[in-house]
Design a protein around this ligand. Sequence first.
Ligand code: XIL
Length: 363
Amino acid sequence: MSARPLATTTRCAPTRRALFAAPLALAACRRDAVAQSSLADPAPLKSRVPFPVGTCAMTGQLDDPRWVRLATTHFSQLTPEWEMKMEYILSDDGSYRFQAPDRLATFCATNGMRLHGHALIWFSQGVKAFAGLDQARFAAAYDHYIATVAGRYRGRVASWDVVNEAIAEDGNGLRDCHWSRALGQDGYMIRAFEQAKLADPGAVLFLNDYNLENNPRKGATFLRTVERLLRAGAPIGGIGTQSHLDIDIPAGQTAAFMRDAAAFGLPIHVSELDASLNSERRLDTRSPGQKLARQQARVTELAQAFSDLPAAQRFAFTVWGIRDTDSWLRRGERDDGRDSPLLFNAAGRPNPMFGALADGFQS
Ligand code: XIL
């Protein structure tokens, strides 16, 4: 057998080890490729769970085919991010506009998605439009707004955040606002729920707030408020926890709030989940991996706590945006160009948070 050139011999004659290892390496490559492809295009979230999975939406996103594909693939419910709020609908001169919420409602109907109305009454909105009205006209205008907006979407929304963010920032009592000053601290909330019920008897009516998991004092104040309003006859039909999670809260705190909220027996809406990697701490020396691990742990805990609810209480699980770059946390001065608070990255690929959510839903 003639001597073959060393270079050729070394390069081309496989050793016994290589022959044995090759199929294993090939299989590993194939597994990795499958894993990557499944990560790149994971099974739809909405097909993994028996309850609606939602996200927020703005009409500008309806013109982005990538956003539309992700939204219609993974989600079964939409919440208008801001275009169904008083700040969009009611002008300072008292006129109404509905183009944007109408378009979002049509998108949902066309795509078989449920629409969650957000939000009828919010402490900071409507100040100019309601300024200078005497008590009677203020109350009449208040009732008229709720009747007009909730009435317009009767049969097109499944639910409303009737009152949003009524609890004081620090959890010490209720916010003072122009609604409470005119109609009473509990009075404006009871009135809003009563008016919404009259306008759309079929909608599930939510009291919605934030930091309820992050701040146990605020969560407790919120639940005491729900109890007090229910006793006063307010037709509250559901509890909305926004869940803008602080990834540095202790393990168990999120599940504890969910358990306390579940005690009312009402439907619960995780209404605005995001989990910023940016800490409130001035100096955060943790690695990105350490922060991601905390984010995943908190998101899994929330998803598991929600999944553990009785079926009748699992109203919907909504994330506040699809891609990191869709997040309100990635806009304006908040944007550090790096935060990854949502399920998908800017390219529409699943973030680790996607897996954390799926794990929580499955466990
Ligand atoms: C935010 C939106 O994401 C922004 O686009 C808008 O400019 C301000 O409001 N709690 C709420 C949401 O109930 O409506 C807020 O959404 C985030 C905090």
